[in-house]
Write a protein that binds this ligand. Structure first.
Ligand SMILES: NC(=O)c1ccc[n+]([C@@H]2O[C@H](COP(=O)([O-])OP(=O)(O)OC[C@H]3O[C@@H](n4cnc5c(N)ncnc54)[C@H](O)[C@@H]3O)[C@@H](O)[C@H]2O)c1
Ligand SMILES: O=P(O)(O)OC[C@H](O)CO
Length: 617
């Protein structure tokens, strides 16, 4: 039975749904309410044929409703007796109560849709915790007693309800979509009319067939996913296993959030896995791997920070990644190519990924962001988390913020659930390239400001360099990726991160020390300072500046980015650090302003060469 195993599309749609519509027949063990009502009134034999015809679509629904109501001819007292005789708790299908609870806890809106009547369904909805506004069903029409104001006699049904005629389920879903901004709607049902709900652009995005009460072969045949037990659906929601690929300072600052948040939400497995690159490194007689697993700390990268009791670390990259549904990448950007190559073909096809890495690569195919590398090498949708996030501040649970940029808001919402805490605010954007370019390029500006500080210049000079840096960041990002949005540069991934990194980051501190060493007449190499100041941590700015410079050089863009170009010349010893204050004259250029189109570029010193580096992939 192949459709008992969900397709990748079915599973990912189910997991990202923000609205689930359930045919009431799938919630109760004894079939549709009208049949049961007829049974309780002793007229089931006379309506059963009509119910079958309504179910298989062979007779017009409104005609069968009218005929069945005429035969049943119930009074309000009959309805009260019916609910007493068949209380909801006695007839729920296995697992439905829990499924609805889990969906609602994930923030998914649950609706009940039925071709039966509200009068019979509202008690079920109440028991299932579904608000009555979320019930789409028919309404009985009553004759009312003028004296008592009470209903007395059934006279038919309200034909204006969307479910009162054929195609009613599609109409109900289309109305739900019209009234609410849901992105992904799933319909669960057991009849042909439920199946129809997915066969229209206004209908549901996925139909899941249910065979726990009645098994309709046509439904089973056509459904993308067919289940006999609601627990299968709940399990599929809960399956998400989270893995942190990396154990660096930032990885260790972010993992406590993951460990805390997976325990708050049934969507996630309770254990978070972590790949430790330097697992065998010995610290005070024990390996880092043992220390992380026994003490739940990483004294080498982020001493004193409790990572989480539910963290399980391993030195085996492939082992950690293979069962993960959510992969969080956090490692130096230069190592990401080899990490993703090692994982090729070894991760789940429907996993989702997020990169915390700030940096880019220039490969044979041109400039490549880390999220693009993950997407290309692992064939996974990849979001990014970028903000002003110094690892030690996060480790101390100091107020911080970041953006999560994802291809869809639903994906962003899943990641926000994993990262947001009382001290870490997360906003969702859809500008993945923009956010990632901000996080990458700010490292060059941090070097520039570090150089200014090393020269002991004051705040005015720093402001000039930072403002120019932000302008060049925006221009460079938008030139490489034209869809990048201006607004992104004023989010926590842009201006926010720039302020953080220029105030307290490692790039800034190392550039300041490098400049002071140069000034003192005893210059030091970047590698030496990395060892001295960062104690094993890595400097991203120098490598990033060199990569960006290479892109600019081959495209003849150096004069367009005077600050970036000047920083690169300084850090490679081609001009003195004091040239940072004269960046505007460095290439015989200036003026970069508000609107890119208005930017005046005084002819560059060198004519642009033909670029051997193709456009970004
Ligand atoms: N540290 C921060 O405050 C901070 C904040 C925001 C973003 N970031 C970004 O996060 C990423 C990781 O930075 P970081 O500062 O946490 O670490 P880092 O850049 O200081 O790198 C040191 C870590 O990388 C590991 N490592 C070294 N070679 C490796 C390899 N080949 N494969 C895998 N791991 C390797 C080391 O074991 C060590 O744990 C970078 O892109 C950085 O820009 C860092
Ligand atoms: O320490 P830096 O310079 O790598 O900067 C750290 C973070 O990127 C700041 O958000």
């Amino acid at each position: 039975m192949p459709n008992r195993t969900p397709s990748d599309h079915a599973l990912s749609t189910w997991r990202t749904a923000d609205c689930v519509c359930i045919d009431v027949d799938c919630t109760v063990t004894q079939g549709e309410g009208l049949d049961l009502l007829a049974m309780s009134m002793g007229c089931y034999d006379r309506i059963s044929g009509l119910s079958d015809q309504a179910q298989d679509g062979s007779m017009n629904l409104s005609d069968t409703l009218e005929e069945r109501l005429r035969i049943i001819n119930c009074t309000p007292d009959d309805l009260r007796r019916f609910v007493e005789t068949y209380p909801p708790e006695s007839r729920m299908t296995k697992g439905i109560v829990n499924l609805i609870k889990v969906l609602q806890k994930r923030g998914v809106a649950v609706y009940l849709i039925s071709g039966s009547f509200r009068e019979l369904i509202l008690p079920l909805a109440k028991y299932l915790g579904v608000p009555k506004e979320n019930v789409y069903a028919n309404r009985m029409a009553w004759q009312w007693d003028d004296d008592t104001g009470q209903p007395t006699r059934l006279v038919g049904f309200d034909p204006s309800q969307p479910t009162s005629s054929n195609g009613g389920k599609i109409r109900a879903i289309s109305k739900i979509r019209e009234d609410n901004p849901y992105n992904t709607v799933v319909m669960i049902g057991d009849g042909i009319t439920d199946l129809e709900a997915v066969r229209s652009s206004e209908g549901a995005d996925l139909f899941i067939g249910y065979g726990g009460v009645v098994e309709c072969s046509a439904v089973k045949e056509a459904a993308e996913w067919f289940v006999y037990d609601h627990d299968d659906l709940t399990r599929a929601l809960k399956q998400s296993r989270v893995a942190m690929v990396g154990s660096s300072a930032l990885a260790c600052a972010m993992v406590p959030m993951l460990c805390h948040n997976v325990l708050q939400d049934e969507q996630f497995d309770n254990t978070v896995m972590m790949w430790v690159h330097d697992a065998a490194h010995v610290h005070e007689g024990r390996t880092i791997l043992d220390i992380i697993n026994q003490d739940h700390q990483n004294p080498k990268e982020l001493p004193g920070v409790h990572l989480g009791d539910n963290l399980v670390a391993s030195g085996n990259l492939e082992e950690v990644a293979k069962d993960a549904d959510v992969l969080v990448f956090c490692a130096p950007h230069e190592s990401m190519h080899s990490i993703t190559r090692r994982l090729m073909g070894k991760v789940k096809r429907d996993a989702i990924a997020i990169s915390l890495v700030k940096g880019m690569r220039v490969g044979r195919d041109g400039p490549q962001l880390i999220s693009q590398m993950i997407r290309k090498n692992l064939n996974l949708d990849c979001s990014v988390l970028i903000g002003g996030n110094v690892a030690s501040d996060l480790g101390n649970k100091e107020l911080s913020e970041a953006v999560i940029a994802s291809s869809s808001r639903e994906m962003g919402a899943v990641f926000r659930k994993l990262f947001q805490t009382s001290y870490f605010y997360v906003d969702i954007l859809q500008d993945v390239a923009g956010a990632e370019m901000c996080g990458t390029l700010k490292n060059i500006v941090a070097l520039a400001v570090g150089i200014v500080d090393g020269l002991d210049y004051g705040c005015n000079a720093k402001a000039v360099v930072m403002r120019q840096g932000l302008t060049e960041m925006r221009k460079f990002a938008k030139t490489l990726y034209p869809n990048v949005r201006n607004e992104t540069f004023f989010e926590s991934c842009g201006l926010g991160d720039l302020i953080t990194t220029c105030s307290g980051g490692r790039n800034h501190a190392t550039a300041e020390a490098w400049t002071r060493a140069w000034k003192s007449g005893a210059p030091k190499t970047w590698t030496k300072l990395e060892e001295e100041i960062l104690g094993g941590q890595r400097l991203q700015g120098v490598a990033t500046s060199n990569v960006v410079q290479e892109v600019m050089r081959v495209r003849g863009w150096e004069s367009t980015y005077p600050l970036f170009s000047t920083v690169n010349r300084i850090i490679n010893g081609r001009v003195e650090p004091s040239q940072i204050l004269h960046f505007c004259q460095a290439n015989g250029i200036q003026t970069t302003n508000e609107d890119d189109d208005d930017t005046t570029i005084i002819p560059a010193a060198r004519a642009p060469r033909q670029s051997p580096i193709p456009n970004p992939v």
